[in-house]
Write a new protein. Structure first.
Length: 212
């Protein structure tokens, strides 16, 4: 890359990392190296370490994407949660687990206990869950009656409100246009409990997918 003053390069590195952090996609050191065309990974590491020493970034030890902004530290501990494709809120559809990106979530739960799914269908609109929303899910194999869950029914994922009646699982929609699902105990597997819903008022176009 063209020779530039160290301070100018470091400022560009800081702006790049800051932008990535606000998108919920903190970069690795090698991503910084690749973006700026540094010949050695140690050059990227040196700029990042200097930004940490200056107090402009913080770094959590043992994490490849452990950089954070000090001004956000008081807002909680943001954790990057993987967005694992889509889940149907309506008729059942095959579960998709292609990684779309990451979503920053403030939670006391450890990161590997959480994942996010993008909602399709309109069966949960009465609970404020609409097509295109992201649901943040805590992995757990059980849930209490009345909680909103992501369930796997015959290898197809759906988001519904769980009701347990006479030891029977019922998956209830929050839209009168949809039917209650009553799978057998051998058909249904609870993947987790929905703990948060995210909605974005401005959508990306199909040619420019939104990533987190």
């Amino acid at each position: 890359m063209p020779k530039t003053p160290p301070g100018e390069t470091r400022e560009r590195v800081y702006r790049y990392v800051r932008e990535r952090l606000f998108e919920g996609r903190p970069p690795t050191i090698r991503e910084v190296q690749s973006t700026f065309g540094f010949r050695a990974v140690e050059t990227a590491r040196g700029h990042l370490d200097a930004l940490v020493r200056e107090g402009r970034l913080t770094k959590r030890g043992g994490e490849a994407r452990g950089f954070a902004l000090p001004e956000l530290e008081g807002l909680g501990t943001p954790r990057l949660v993987p967005i694992l494709g889509r889940v149907q809120a309506g008729a059942l559809s095959t579960a998709v687990e292609d990684l779309e990106g990451y979503l920053p979530v403030e939670s006391t739960h450890v990161s590997h206990d959480l994942f996010a799914l993008r909602v399709q269908g309109k069966s949960m609109t009465g609970a404020g869950i609409f097509p295109g929303d992201l649901v943040v899910v805590k992995r757990q194999a059980t849930a209490s009656s009345g909680e909103i869950v992501v369930a796997l029914v015959d290898d197809e994922a759906t988001v519904k409100r769980l009701r347990i009646r006479n030891r029977r699982i019922e998956l209830h929609p929050e839209n009168p246009d949809f039917d209650v699902l009553i799978p057998s105990r051998y058909q249904c597997l609870i993947l987790g409990k929905v703990i948060e819903v995210r909605r974005f008022l401005e959508r990306a176009t199909a040619s420019s997918p939104l990533r987190y």
